[in-house]
Design a protein around this ligand. Structure first.
Ligand SMILES: Cc1cc2nc3c(=O)[nH]c(=O)nc-3n(C[C@H](O)[C@H](O)[C@H](O)COP(=O)(O)O)c2cc1C
Length: 244
C-alpha cells in the first residue's frame, strides 16, 4: 500500500548537512502551525518551541551537544520544550492552584511536544526540507534553561536542526514489522533480532558515510551500558516535574 504521505513517512532519514538555502520565515511558521495541529493530551498543548538565531547561542548549544556542527550551520535551529508554565497561569485565572510535580505531567508534556515536533518534521520533509532531532540538548539542561531563560515548569526536551539537504543518506532499515507489531499479547522472537542484526550490519558496512562494522544490538549495548544523563532527575525535580 502506498500513497504520497506514506511514501514520505517511509522515506524519512535524518539530515545533518544543509545547503545555505534559507528557510523562509513564512514557511517556518507554516511548519510550526502544522505541528500545532497535532493531537494533544486533554488539549493542554503543553509545549513551546524556541527558535535560536543568535550565532553565539548556537555555538554554546553546539558545544554542549558534543560539538554537533549542524546546530551552528542549519538555517533553522529549534528547541522544543515541555511547557506547563502557561497552564499554571490558566489555572490561576480560575483560582485553581495547579498540582505540581506529577510524573504524569512530565509524560504528558513530553508526549505532546514529541508528537508536535514530528508533525513539524514531516511537514518540513513534505516541502523538501530535512532535519534531525537533537536529544543532546539534555546534556546540559540547566545551562540551556539559563541560556534560553526557561521559567519553572518549562524544560528542554530536544532540539531540531532544519534546512535543505546537502546530503542524501540512505534510510536506515527498521526492526522487522513482526518484532514491533504483536497480536493480542506481548511476544519476542530472538531469531528475528539475529536476522535484523545481520541486515543492519550490512547497511552500516555499505553506507556512504560513517561506515563501520556494527550490529543494531551492538549499538544498543554501547548506548545502554552507561547511565543516561543521570542529572535529569534532579533537574526535572527542580523544574517542578517528576516528584510524585
Ligand atoms: C528524540 C531524538 C533525539 C535525537 N538526538 C540526536 C542527536 O542529538 N544527534 C543526532 O545526530 N541525532 C539524533 N537523533 C536522530 C537519531 O539518531 C535518528 O533518528 C536515528 O538514528 C534513526 O535514523 P533516521 O532518523 O535517519 O532514520 C535523535 C532522534 C530522536 C528521535
Amino acid at each position: 500500500m502506498m500513497n504520497e504521505v506514506i511514501g514520505l513517512l517511509q522515506a524519512h532519514r535524518s539530515i545533518r548537512n544543509f545547503s545555505q538555502q534559507p528557510i523562509e520565515d513564512g514557511l517556518l511558521k507554516t511548519l510550526i502551525k502544522s505541528g500545532q495541529h497535532a493531537p494533544s493530551s486533554s488539549f493542554l498543548q503543553a509545549y513551546s518551541v524556541i527558535q535560536i538565531r543568535d550565532p553565539i547561542k548556537r555555538e554554546t548549544l553546539a558545544a554542549w551537544c558534543g560539538d554537533q556542527e549542524h546546530i551552528i550551520k542549519a538555517p533553522v535551529f529549534l528547541v522544543f520544550c515541555g511547557d506547563m508554565y502557561r497552564l499554571q497561569h490558566a489555572c490561576e485565572k480560575h483560582d485553581v492552584t495547579m498540582v505540581q510535580g506529577m510524573t504524569e505531567q512530565l509524560v504528558i508534556a513530553s508526549v505532546d511536544a514529541a508528537i508536535m515536533a514530528q508533525n513539524v518534521l514531516t511537514a518540513a520533509e513534505s516541502m523538501g526540507i530535512g532535519g534531525v532531532y537533537v536529544g543532546a540538548i539534555r546534556n546540559n539542561p540547566q545551562g540551556v534553561s539559563e541560556l534560553l531563560k526557561l521559567p519553572k515548569h518549562v524544560f528542554p526536551i530536544f532540539g531540531m536542526s532544519l534546512g535543505y539537504p546537502a546530503e542524501e543518506p540512505q534510510c536506515k532499515p527498521r526492526l522487522p514489522l513482526s518484532m514491533v507489531l504483536m497480536e493480542e499479547e506481548y511476544s519476542y522472537d530472538e531469531q528475528l533480532l539475529d536476522e535484523y542484526d545481520e541486515s543492519f550490519k550490512k547497511y552500516v558496512k555499505e553506507r556512504k558515510s560513517n561506515a563501520r562494522e556494527e550490529s543494531w544490538s551492538g549499538t544498543v549495548a554501547r548506548k545502554l551500558k552507561n547511565e543516561l544523563r543521570p542529572h535529569m532527575k534532579d533537574y526535572l525535580n527542580d523544574k517542578g516535574f517528576a516528584l510524585k
